[in-house]
Design a protein around this ligand. Sequence first.
Ligand SMILES: *Cc1c(COP(=O)(O)O)cnc(C)c1O
Length: 498
Amino acid sequence: MLYCSTRGDKQLYTAARAVLRGLARDGGLFVPSDPLPTIALEPLASLGYIERAAAIIQPFLEEFSFAEIETMLQRAYGGANFSHPSIAPLHRLNDDLFLLELWHGPTSAFKDMALQFLPQLLTGAAAKTGENATPVILTATSGDTGKAALEGFCDVPGTRVIVFYPEEGVSIIQQRQMATQEGSNVHVAAVRGNFDDAQAGVKALFADRALADELSRRGFKLSSANSINWGRLLPQIVYYFSAYLDLQNSGLINHGEKINFVVPTGNFGNILAAYYAARMGLPVKKLICAANRNNVLTEFFNTGLYNRNRPFYRTISPSMDILVSSNLERLLFELAGRNPAQVKEWIRFLQEKGAYRVEHDTVKVMAEMFWSGWADDDETIAAIRNTYGEYRYLLDPHTAVGKAVHEKYRALTGDHAKTVIAATASPFKFAESVARAVLPPAQIAGRSAFELLPLLAQSTGMSIPAPLQKLDRLPVRHRTVINKNEIRRGVLDFLGLN
Ligand SMILES: *Cc1c(COP(=O)(O)O)cnc(C)c1O
């Protein structure tokens, strides 16, 4: 399997080179240039998560032997990294509706599913290619990616990791998780602005030839832990297959029965992995793209207009507060019949006008696979409250957006196919909003997010994930705050090159 750019660069890359680069030379995203493999489900049914993952991932990583892939997966998902033996267990709400809990990793959000694996893959890739420059993992985060990248790369020999997060755009717990990060190779800075500012600043550095030359002279090379990196998407394909197999094994679905997946979406990475899974033979009926009030994607799927010229809202699902969903470019590439000229035109419009429109026929093609809706904060809170009331199960606000959108979908379409909602974060990671939904106001008043954790645990009987339990007692180690035009200098400073 080789990889090409969505924007037409003629150069093909092996997996190792694509993962090391992050972004193609022309600013495009790497996608498989060969047809996607078809995965036979039956042989995977009796296997555990890691073995399933090895079988699904192998066709994409030709330079790695099966044993090497298993070792990398074992390091990522084995040991004590994940607090649940199934890694990504399903929780049954009722016979039609299931939650795929993707938050049992060290940072309590689904980003760990990819970011525990990516360091293995990157260091493995560096060994394969004989790359001896130190990879600098440069990451813009809407909250969860940053901590997951820091945790994944912390003290991984021969790597540096630099994280930029929007100063006002992350929850108190997310902020504290990053500010207290340990490790001798990690750097963290808050950026004055929102996630799109941080992401645009970081993306610009990847296209900056002068910076690349300067870094290369000093023995460094930029790489990305954002979901623009193919190495992020690949491990995310696995859990859609695994969830389906688990349902089949429990007799809850028939062989070949098509099911729906609901994915709370921001940068379009997680749902894109589901799309690839469907293209690889997973029986999927609909992929339901759930957005919050920053509903760019909902408008896009319904009308064909992608328009970022709109107010940016801060919501209680901050990891989805995004107006430019980078990974959509990979879907556009497929929708355009893999024609990079068409992709380039859309992207040029997006860059110059902040908007583009796809043809009516394309909207129809998208509608065969995707449905999109959105939920505002009140609907999100109501979904947390109602789900707790009905099932005694706590949703985090992102997952709750998914639940609320699924209800709309069912009401509008009458589709009662079995459905799996991607549960993307632990409710404790967003304790303030969750407490607002399920506890009486008098109990919450005046309490910090950290004080709410034990209160939520006591009143619901759910346990606080271990890494969040001690968070408020860890020393703060990172206090840098910069303007969005200082990101480049920040990188040089962190690497000691100024
Ligand atoms: C990152 C994130 C999302 C959005 O995922 P994308 O891959 O960016 O679409 C949703 N929920 C949580 C909790 C997240 O951390």
